[in-house]
Design a protein around this ligand. Structure first.
Ligand code: ZN
Ligand code: ZN
Length: 354
């Protein structure tokens, strides 16, 4: 199996370089075919000259080959020399152009049927976090909460959204974060109705919501949380929407436990907003897995039949968005425990008026 998604390579070997491919020998499924076995071979990691030192320091469970040319060409040559006749590749992370090249690097007489798309095996493994991963996600979530509390002193009418984002990101770095896990969302006033309103030069209004959605990367693991605060006096509609989202978020977290379908968790949030006549304004899914990447499996969305398992870390983030008026979202990162859920981003979710 050829693993080409760098995050998957990192997950399996610890190597954090940006250019990496891992050849993972697998047992042949059918013993009738040939007697040649590649399953007892060690995995081999291919990277380039920039990573000689790093690859030797970080890589576990695999040999390291420093490729002279393109790493995938080297990986193909290695496979052919090792007698490999079939290779599963990652269809989710291989472009059409890359697949064409991979095929060209296999001798013509072996080429037909050499590469087969693999099911997302590593992505499936990554959904369940072990104790060390949970520790890192917990630490990242806690840092996010500290940053949020500090950020509250920075939000005021007239200040630009980018200044709030800059303060947050500087503080995150000073606290040891490797970076942000995605582009920081600071969406104020009518812009709060944009679910992905990245911080702009817009000045925050005297009255209106500010949606803050951000995450830090700590030891490779991402945090993700959203809080919505209000500047000045709120209207009844704004308060009602906030309370409905608060209740929807609470209901979805209460639905989280092993064995529950992801679709049921989504429905727990959606039904609360339906009762408040706001379901039409909840225009995205309820959440997603989070780990080495900000978005990974499982998807917490309508009708998803995948069941939750202990050790999964997911977000619960219902929101409502009234175009041209305002938006509200509340998001926590939660760990699926044996009996329910543990919130990894325990910052206050109460109404905050600044
Ligand atoms: Zn988020
Ligand atoms: Zn999220």
């Amino acid at each position: 199996m050829l693993i080409t998604h760098p995050i998957d390579v990192r997950y399996l070997t610890g190597f954090t370089g940006s250019n990496a491919a891992l050849v993972l020998p697998l047992e042949r499924p059918s013993p009738r075919r040939t007697r040649r076995r590649s399953g007892d071979r060690k995995p081999v990691l291919f990277t380039d000259g920039r990573y000689i030192q790093q690859a030797r320091q970080e890589t576990k469970h695999a040999g390291v080959v420093i490729a002279q040319g393109p790493i995938l060409r080297e990986a193909c040559a290695w496979m052919v020399a090792a007698g490999v006749r079939r290779c599963l590749f990652d269809g989710d992370h291989t472009t059409v152009a890359t697949l064409d090249m991979l095929r060209l690097w296999i001798p013509t007489k072996l080429r037909r049927g050499f590469f087969l798309p693999a099911p997302p095996l590593v992505a499936g493994l990554r959904e369940i976090k072990d104790a060390e991963e949970i520790g890192r996600l917990r630490a990242a979530g806690q840092l996010g909460c500290h940053l949020f509390e500090d950020l509250l002193t920075q939000i005021e009418a007239g200040k630009r959204e980018v200044e709030v984002a800059a303060h947050l990101e500087f503080a995150a770095r000073m606290a040891g974060a490797e970076g942000m896990s995605f582009e920081t969302i600071v969406a104020s006033g009518a812009r709060s109705a944009m679910p992905h309103g990245n911080a702009t030069e817009q000045r925050m209004p005297r009255r209106g919501f500010v949606v803050l959605d951000f995450g830090v990367m700590l030891k490779g693991y991402c945090s993700d949380m959203t809080r919505t605060v209000h500047l000045g006096l709120a209207t009844t509609a704004e308060r009602d929407a906030f309370e409905a989202v608060q209740e929807a978020q609470f209901a979805a977290i209460a639905a989280v436990r092993p064995g529950v379908q992801c679709g049921e968790v989504d429905e727990a949030a959606r039904s609360v907003l339906r009762r408040a006549s706001l379901a039409d304004f909840f225009t995205h899914s309820t959440g997603h897995g989070v780990g080495l990447e900000i978005h990974e499996g499982p998807r917490i969305a309508a009708k998803q039949q995948q069941t939750l398992k202990a050790g999964m870390v997911i977000t619960i983030e219902p929101g409502v968005y009234l175009p041209g008026r305002f938006g509200v979202r509340i998001e926590d990162m939660v760990l699926v425990t044996r009996s329910g859920a543990e919130i990894l981003t325990p910052a206050t979710k109460a109404w905050i008026e600044l």
